[in-house]
Design a protein around this ligand. Structure first.
Ligand SMILES: [Zn+2]
Length: 70
């Protein structure tokens, strides 16, 4: 099951001439498709920023939000 993130392993990072330790952390693997949708670049799942956007793209129901009008 995709978590839409990837793990960046702990590593040393040079910052302003100083080496600092960066712990393991998760970063999102999502990118914006347009104003209302984004997708995971790992699994390809398309997600929506709002319920109105989901309805527009999945069910063709328009609303007054910019970009989701009929
Ligand atoms: Zn994913």
């Amino acid at each position: 099951m995709c978590t839409h993130t990837r793990t960046v392993k702990g590593h040393w990072q040079s910052e302003g001439g100083e080496d600092i330790w960066v712990d393991d952390h998760e970063v999102p693997t999502t990118r914006d498709i347009d104003l209302h949708r984004y997708e995971c670049t790992k699994c390809g799942k398309v997600m929506y920023y709002s319920e109105a956007a989901r309805r527009y793209y999945e069910e063709g129901i328009t609303c007054s939000v910019k970009g989701l009008e009929g």
